[in-house]
Design a protein around this ligand. Structure first.
Ligand code: SF4
Ligand code: SF4
Length: 216
């Protein structure tokens, strides 16, 4: 088995495992324990980038089959509304989520907040392009986009290999790949979910998860 195949199955295995953990926590009424997993993802993002988004997050996992079905049947999803692009909605969402969790904690209410956010995410994935929720709504994504800033590791393009074909951009769920004047592509690290789809799409092996300082 090649390195790409091994990594692909590892990621799929991780996503299915974490989805099963999430489902079992919901089933047993213990979704607040997901905070521990999310907390580990936040700490890990400081060094290793947003593995939580690409390998752990139940919403990211559910977005994949939804996207696959839509693609299979040629169904176009709506583009991100301009109103969402301009606003600070994910910061508002984050504050609202934090206040709700504090209130529920004080009131002793067991409302499954993580499940509710996950269902909202799935609702968005069903109607709008994937980027809409990841980039403009997800309150967890806003935390990770900040904590992952100092990360030395991440996805990056070796511009000396890039042919400018654009295949990586087509599959990126968060529209996180820019086109440079030279036509080479560049990954905008703040938006990158570390999902490896671009690496899978690049036929010349220009994209890799690496110490980004090695390639500048
Ligand atoms: S798929 Fe590879 S070669 Fe094509 S634009 Fe992206 S990085 Fe460059
Ligand atoms: S840049 Fe690559 S790894 Fe990052 S979100 Fe886009 S497809 Fe995934």
């Amino acid at each position: 088995m090649g390195r790409e195949n091994f990594r692909y199955f590892l990621r799929i295995g991780a996503q299915i495992t974490f989805l099963a953990v999430f489902a079992s926590l919901i089933w047993s009424g213990l979704t607040q324990f997901w905070l521990v997993i999310f907390g580990a993802g936040v700490i890990g993002s400081v060094v290793f980038d947003r593995f939580y988004c690409g390998w752990v997050c139940p919403m990211g996992t559910l977005a994949r089959p939804i996207g696959w079905i839509y693609e299979k049947f040629g169904i176009e999803r709506l583009q991100t509304p301009e109103l969402l692009r301009k606003g600070r909605w994910r910061w508002i969402g984050l504050v609202a989520l934090a206040l709700t969790m504090v209130y529920l904690r004080i009131a002793g209410n067991q409302l499954p907040v993580f499940l509710i956010v996950a269902l909202i995410g799935v609702g968005f994935f069903l109607v709008w392009e994937e980027e809409t929720f990841h980039k403009y709504i997800c309150p967890y994504g806003v935390i990770l986009s900040v904590t992952s800033r100092p990360s030395k590791f991440g996805m990056s393009v070796d511009k000396s290999k890039c042919t400018g074909c654009g295949a990586c951009q087509e599959g990126c769920p968060n529209n996180a790949i820019a086109t440079l004047d030279s036509d080479a592509r560049e990954i905008e690290s703040e938006g990158c979910l570390t999902c490896f789809r671009c690496e899978d799409a690049c036929s010349v092996g220009a994209i890799e998860y690496r110490n980004t300082g090695d390639i500048e």
